[in-house]
Structure formats: structure tokens, C-alpha cells
Design a binder for this molecule. Structure first.
Ligand code: C2E
Ligand code: MG
Ligand code: MG
Length: 775
């Protein structure tokens, strides 16, 4: 039916567009169609008006008008039905305008026809019934228009004019004076109604604006809620807000998950008590914990200060709950699942305090505990002992059997040492193969017993896969407050005692005494001076002859290092070589000795060789020693067969591949090797056959009592026999007397060295014309 009156009106789109935007326009148009209930009674009244006039007057014009009104009313009802059947929320502007016009057209034609009917009744008839019917109906219908079509005031104006103006004119033209007055009133009525319509229209517009605004607000609020929801639910932490009366206001998904609260229970308005009951029933947390949280909530409400609680759930999670005051007396509950964080923190702390390999306290933790022991000493006077344990020969195990075996020896050691101590003692791994124990006792007997037990615990062999390893322990002990007043001093003194225990032959315990400290102090001073001596080149090489016992000829000279200290005088190598070894100076000093000895020997007769003592530590850098020897030989022009390197058994025990390769490489160059101090260490005859030695030097302790001691005799004899079979020379060291010389010669020695033949002397002593060689 839409489009029935299309084309009858000019295009007023311009007006409408200026006044409203599309949604407003739609709203106004829909207000026109909003009450079909008024169109039907209005329509009936409209049809009855000319019909009653016809009944009363019999004039046929009224019958025609009745038919016309009926047609218009029918078309209007069809338009309304057609409009109301559809949803107009998405109507375009053109569609809305079409409905607008159709309505306008229908209403205007309706009012115009009725206005005309009224005019005819008033001017063409003298029938009072027709007059009253027409005027009453026109006034009544016109009033209805005002209220119903207020959405389109211009329409109302047109309709009022088409309705009431013919009536007013009719009244004015009538013969009755009173009709004239009513006719003038009718103009006023039109004017008043137009004003009312405009006012209604304004109200309608205001209403529309208000509706629009509230819709906008609602949609903004909705999207804000969505954003808030998304933000809340993407938080890692659980969040719940309770109002003043501890009813749930809001909570996010993580909160529900952390506490296992179902969505139905997490609705706004749920009292805390209900949630608490649920948590207890489901055994998420205990009743005590729930009570604790509830009292914390109340506490926060009162104090307005945030509090934090830790909850260990039955499911094994650690929740950190922070409760803070919220607006209007409410509280905010922020829950962090700290399970992983705490575990990581604990792991980091463990790593920071404990040694990974042995599980014992580490150096850091030990230092803390030692400081704590001193604090306790100050407070309570409780004395204690510090036991410094170092494994003997561990380095060899590590180097020869590999770090895996080394590690297993260390963890097994930790276990054995742990077996010796009691609850209050602190055992720590200080690093490498060093362990320390704080023993809360000042009783010497007890301390000695524990230390001895530790040593004994190590005596048993370590059975590691196919390997059997023996490692012993040395223990240095210092007491607090007897030996030291600070942690650093106590440690240093225990270390000094340990050094002494090592020097005393290892596998033993030693208590600190102040004399040791002085000695250590000396040691330190010597180290400083020695470093300077190396820089100043104030070391010298002395030479001691090695003679052939048959011919009495000097066949070789051993280079022995000397250090003339500016204040202490001549310092023997027995003192400064170990210091050079422990301070790392030995490498440079050893290089220098090789170069200097080669250079000195190059000036000697061709049949006199030179021996240089090499520290096992120099073989830690096998390439370095090989290169140094090569360079020294080239630089001095000394034949490589004239150079002998003296090494001790301790080098061979380490059984290092690098060492062996270096020895072979030097042998291939023609350089000889001598096994020095044989008989003092492990004295394994096996070394003699395994390694390519040209010479074995029997330690002076055997020659000293060779004429009286049968054992010494036997050893010298056995070594000489073996050496002969292996085509080695035997040098017996420390021959001071003729008696000794004869004895060793009889036992089969080929060569000898000792004061009897000559003391170590500076090179100038046997190379006249050459000055003393100062390094
Ligand atoms: P060593 O290689 O066994 O040297 C022999 C030591 O015995 C020398 O002591 C020598 O003076 C001493 N001696 C020789 N004949 C007699 C004697 O008849 N009676 C007594 N009582 N002693 C005798 P020195 O020079 O004090 O050297 C001690 C040790 O220091 C050497 O023992 C050697 O192991 C080490 N040494 C010396 N010079 C060097 C060096 O340049 N490098 C390295 N790495 N070690 C060195
Ligand atoms: Mg030697
Ligand atoms: Mg020797």
C-alpha cells in the first residue's frame, strides 16, 4: 500500500534534513504511526460526520463526502498497517520520507474533506443537527491531530488550517450572530493549537534527545564494562572486590580459577560467607585459613591499611593474598599464585648458599655462619673451633682419572665428613678440595677427636666403578677466641695450620700456634721480595759438579738457583722454590734457569753437560717448556745432548698426557732426563722402566748412612743393578766423605755428586775470565 499517494506532494526533503538527523526523523515518523487506535475511532467519527448530515438534511453532497471520507480512512488504515508490519530501525532517509509523506497526505486529505463538509453544512444548510455534528466533530478531530501529530508540527498546521479554516469561514458567513463569534473563536483555536503543537513538538524533540543520550550512555557503559571485563580477565592475578557488607561486587576469572570457585557462586551480591563455606567444604583451604582471611578483611575495613597473607592451598599451591581498602568501605582482594616464584626464589637462595655438587653450605654461606659464630661468641662467650680440611693428592686424581671421578670423590668425601659431625656443626665446601667445619666446642680433646675421625673417614678406599682411589686428608685447626678475634684471622690461621699439616707429611692434623703465623708472615714477605727479585734479575745460578767415579772427571754440572736477598742474605732454594711454585713465579724463573744454564754451559768443554732442575709445575704448560728449551739451545748453540733436565717423581704420579708428550718431544730433540731425589717419594721402580730416563739420582739420605745402614746399601745396590740393565747412569747425591764415595762405588754407582767433589759455586769459579752471571 506504500506509495499510494506518491507524487502528490512536492519534494520537501530539504526542510526535513535541516531539522533532524535520520534517527530523529525515524523516531518522529514512527510517532505518527504509533497509535492506530486513534486513527480508527477518528476515521469512524470522520465518516459519521457527513453521513449524519446527510441523514438530517438529505442533501446528496453529504453522501458523496461520506464515500470520499470512507475511501481516505480505508487507505490511511492500510498505510498504518503496512507501516507497522515492518521494522523501520534501518530505514533510509528516502524510505522514512516516503512514510512521512504518505501519512501527511492521508491526514491532510482527510481533514480537507471534513473541513469542506463542515463548511457546506454551515453555509448550505439551515439544519442545526448538521451544524452541531459538523462543528463538534471538526473541533474534536482537530484536537486529536494536535496531540497525535505533534511530531510533525508543519503537518499539524496544514491539517488545522484545512480542517478548521473552512469551519471558521462557514461560521462567520452564517446568519446567526453567535455563529460569527464561534467562527472568530475558531481562528483563535487554530492559533492556540498550532502553539500547543509546537510546544509538544519541542518536548518530543527533547525526549528524543534524552533517549539518544541515555542510549549513548548505556552503550558507552556497556563497552566500558566489556573493556573492564577483558582487562580483569587477562590479569595474571586474581582480583575480587567486596562491598562494605562483604558481598562480592566483582571478581575476575583468575580469581575463580585460583580458588576453584564456580561461576555461579562468583556472581555479584554473593556474600563472602557463602564463598568461604564453599572453600572449606571443597577443602581448597582450611577453616583456619578462611578465618584468617576474613579477619584480615575486617581489619582492612577498619584500619584502611593493606595487609598481605600467604595461603598454602591443599592442592599444593602458594597464594599470596593482598587485601586493600576499596571505595565506599569495600575491600579489594588481589591474589597471586606465587608457587613458581617462591620455588624459584628458594632454588636461587639454595644455589646461592649451598654447593651444588656436595649439597654442603658454600663459601658464601660459610662466611655468614662464621660471622654469626663470632657474634654469638661476643654475646654468650661460646668458644668454637675452625677445622680446615684439605684432601691430599686430590689434584692427581682429578688430572689422571678425570673430573667426573674427581667430582665423585668430592661428593663421597662430603658424605663421609658429614657422618662424623653432629647437628650443631656447620660443614661447608670452601672450594676445590677444601672443606671447613665450624665446631661449637673449645675442648681440645673433642676437637682433636673430630679432626682425627675426619682423617680416619678418608682412609677407606674410594671404589668408583672400576677404579679404586685413595685420598687422604690434612686438617688445620684454629680456635676462637684463642687464636683469632675476627673471621678473616681465624680462617687464615686455620689455613696456616693446614699448611703445616701438609708440610708435616699430610694425612694429619695440626693446631695453629702463633709461631706459625710469624713464619707465614715471613713467607708472605719473601713472596713479595721474590717477585721483585725476578723483575730486578737478582737471581743467580750456581753449579755443582757431578763426577764420574772411575775417572774422577767432571761429566756434568747441576745448576742450582741462588737468591741473594738484600737484607736476609743468601736464601736457599728449599725456601724460595716452594714459594715460587705456590705464587706462580716458578714458570718465569724456570724459563730463565734453562736459558741461563744453556748459555753458561756452552762455554764449557764439550764433554761437560749441564743439568737443570725442573719443577713439576712447569709442566702444567707443556708447550712453554718445550719452546723454552728449543729457544735456549738455539740461542746458546749448546748441543742438545749436553742438556739434562732433572724432574722428580711427583711429576710422574700425575700421569698427564701433556707431560708425557713434552718429555718425548724433548727426548726426540736429544735432551736427557734425570729422575731426581729417587727414594724420597713413592720410589716406584716402575717409573724407571716406563719413562725414558738417562739418569737416576739417588737421594742424599741414602748416601749419608750408606756405610752403616744395610737398607740404604740394599736400595743403592738394587737401583744400580736395575739402572745398568736399563742402560741408565746412577748418580748418588750428597757424597761428603771418602768413606761414602768408596761405599757407593762398591755398590755399583757410576757417578756421584757432593761436597767431597765440590760445593755449588758461581759460574765464575770454574770459568776463569767470565764474570759471575747475574740474571
Ligand atoms: P736437588 O736438585 O736435589 O739438588 C741437590 C741439593 O743438594 C742442592 O741443594 C745441593 O746444594 C745439595 N747438596 C749437594 N751436595 C751436598 C752434600 O754433599 N751435602 C749436602 N748436605 N747437600 C748437598 P740446594 O742448592 O739447596 O737445592 C735444593 C733443592 O732446590 C734442589 O735439590 C732442587 O730440588 C731445588 N732447586 C735448586 N735449584 C733449582 C732450580 O733452578 N729449579 C728448581 N725447580 N728447583 C731447584
Ligand atoms: Mg737436582
Ligand atoms: Mg736431588
Amino acid at each position: 500500500m506504500a506509495g499510494v499517494f506518491k507524487g502528490l506532494f512536492s519534494d520537501r526533503q530539504g526542510d526535513v534534513r535541516e531539522d533532524f538527523d535520520l534517527p530523529d526523523y525515524r523516531l518522529l515518523v514512527s510517532s505518527l504511526f504509533s497509535s492506530p487506535g486513534s486513527i480508527i475511532p477518528g476515521g469512524i467519527a470522520g465518516i459519521l460526520t457527513p453521513y449524519l448530515c446527510w441523514l438530517s438534511t438529505g442533501a446528496s453532497i453529504f453522501m458523496t463526502l461520506t464515500a470520499l471520507v470512507t475511501l481516505v480512512v480505508a487507505l490511511r488504515i492500510m498505510t498504518v498497517i503496512s507501516y507497522r508490519r515492518r521494522d523501520h530501525s534501518d530505514d533510509s532517509f528516502a524510505e522514512t520520507r516516503r512514510w512521512d509523506r504518505e501519512y501527511f497526505l492521508g491526514a491532510t486529505v482527510f481533514s480537507a474533506v471534513l473541513g469542506y463538509s463542515c463548511y457546506i453544512a454551515l453555509t448550505q444548510t439551515e439544519d442545526p443537527a448538521a451544524h452541531i455534528t459538523s462543528v463538534a466533530s471538526t473541533i474534536a478531530l482537530a484536537s486529536g491531530y494536535v496531540s497525535r501529530n505533534a511530531g510533525r508540527p508543519k503537518f499539524v498546521a496544514v491539517q488545522l488550517l484545512t480542517f478548521c479554516v473552512p469551519m471558521a469561514i462557514g461560521l462567520v458567513q452564517a446568519s446567526n450572530d453567535y455563529y460569527h463569534y464561534i467562527g472568530y473563536f475558531a481562528f483563535l483555536y487554530v492559533a492556540a493549537n498550532i502553539a500547543i503543537t509546537n510546544s509538544l513538538h519541542r518536548n518530543l524533540l527533547a525526549l528524543s534527545e534524552a533517549t539518544k543520550q541515555s542510549r549513548g550512555l548505556a552503550s558507552a557503559l556497556h563497552s566500558q564494562n566489556l573493556t573492564l571485563d577483558a582487562a580483569l580477565n587477562t590479569m595474571i592475578h586474581g582480583l575480587a572486590m567486596y562491598d562494605r557488607s562483604l558481598k562480592l561486587a566483582i571478581c575476575n576469572a583468575p580469581h575463580r580459577t585460583l580458588f576453584g570457585i564456580p561461576e555461579t557462586l562468583a556472581l555479584p551480591g554473593t556474600p563472602l560467607t557463602a564463598i568461604a563455606r564453599f572453600l572449606i567444604e571443597r577443602q581448597v583451604i582450611s577453616a583456619d585459613q578462611v578465618r584468617d582471611i576474613r579477619s584480615a578483611l575486617s581489619e582492612v575495613q577498619q584500619s584502611q591499611q593493606a595487609v598481605t597473607r600467604e595461603l598454602q592451598t591443599r592442592g599444593g599451591r602458594l597464594l599470596v593474598v593482598t587485601i586493600a581498602p576499596a571505595a565506599e568501605g569495600g575491600v579489594l582482594m588481589l591474589t597471586e599464585d606465587a608457587t613458581e616464584r617462591k620455588a624459584t626464589e628458594a632454588r636461587i637462595e639454595r644455589m646461592a648458599r649451598f654447593d651444588e655438587l656436595t649439597g654442603l653450605a658454600n663459601r658464601f654461606e660459610f662466611n655468614n655462619q662464621l660471622s654469626e659464630s663470632f657474634r654469638k661468641l661476643e654475646r654468650t662467650g661460646e668458644a668454637f673451633a675452625l677445622l680446615y680440611v684439605d684432601l691430599d693428592g686430590f689434584k692427581q686424581v682429578n688430572d689422571s682419572l678425570g673430573h667426573d671421578i674427581g667430582d665423585r670423590v668430592l661428593s663421597e668425601t662430603a658424605m663421609r665428613l658429614r657422618g662424623v659431625i653432629r647437628g650443631g656443626d656447620l660443614l661447608a665446601r670452601f672450594g676445590g678440595d677444601e672443606f671447613v667445619l665450624i665446631l661449637p666446642s673449645a675442648n681440645l680433646a673433642i676437637v682433636t677427636t673430630i679432626a682425627q675421625r675426619m682423617i680416619d673417614a678418608m682412609a677407606k678406599a674410594f671404589l668408583l666403578e672400576t677404579k679404586t682411589v685413595y685420598v687422604t686428608a690434612s686438617v688445620g685447626i684454629a680456635m676462637a677466641p684463642l687464636d683469632a678475634a675476627t673471621p678473616a684471622d681465624l680462617l687464615r690461621h686455620a689455613d696456616t695450620a693446614l699448611y703445616k699439616a701438609k708440610a708435616a707429611g699430610r694425612n694429619t692434623l695440626t693446631f695453629f700456634n702463633p709461631a706459625m703465623a710469624e713464619e707465614m708472615l715471613d713467607r708472605h714477605e719473601i713472596e713479595v721480595d721474590l717477585r721483585r727479585a725476578c723483575e730486578n734479575k737478582s737471581l743467580e745460578l750456581y753449579y755443582q759438579a757431578i763426577i764420574d767415579l772411575k775417572t774422577q772427571d767432571v761429566v756434568n754440572r747441576e745448576a742450582l738457583m741462588r737468591w741473594r736477598h738484600p737484607t736476609r742474605g743468601m736464601i736457599p732454594p728449599g725456601i724460595f722454590i716452594p714459594i715460587a711454585e705456590s705464587s706462580g713465579l716458578i714458570a718465569a724463573m724456570g724459563d730463565w734457569a734453562i736459558r741461563q744454564a744453556c748459555q753458561d754451559a756452552a762455554a764449557w768443554p764439550n764433554d761437560v753437560g749441564v743439568s737443570v732442575n725442573i719443577s713439576p709445575l712447569q709442566f702444567r704448560e707443556p708447550r712453554r717448556i718445550v719452546e723454552t728449551v728449543k729457544e735456549a739451545l738455539i740461542a746458546s748453540g749448546l748441543g742438545s745432548h749436553r742438556l739434562t733436565l732433572e724432574v722428580t717423581e711427583s711429576l710422574l704420579i700425575e700421569d698427564n698426557k701433556g707431560t708425557l708428550a713434552a718429555i718425548h718431544e724433548l727426548r726426540a730433540l736429544g735432551v736427557k732426563f734425570a729422575l731426581d731425589d729417587f727414594g724420597t717419594g713413592y720410589s716406584s721402580l716402575a717409573y724407571l722402566s716406563t719413562y725414558p730416563f738417562a739418569q737416576v739420582k739417588i737421594d742424599q739420605s741414602f748416601s749419608r748412612d750408606v756405610h752403616a745402614n744395610e737398607a740404604s746399601k740394599a736400595i743403592i745396590e738394587a737401583v744400580c743393578q736395575l739402572a745398568r740393565r736399563l742402560s741408565m747412569n746412577v748418580v748418588v747425591e750428597g757424597i761428603e766423605t771418602e768413606q761414602q764415595r768408596i761405599a757407593v762405588q762398591l755398590l755399583g754407582a757410576h757417578r756421584a755428586q757432593g761436597y767431597l767433589f765440590g760445593r755449588p759455586e758461581p759460574v765464575s769459579a770454574f770459568s776463569p775470565g767470565r764474570g759471575r752471571h747475574v740474571a
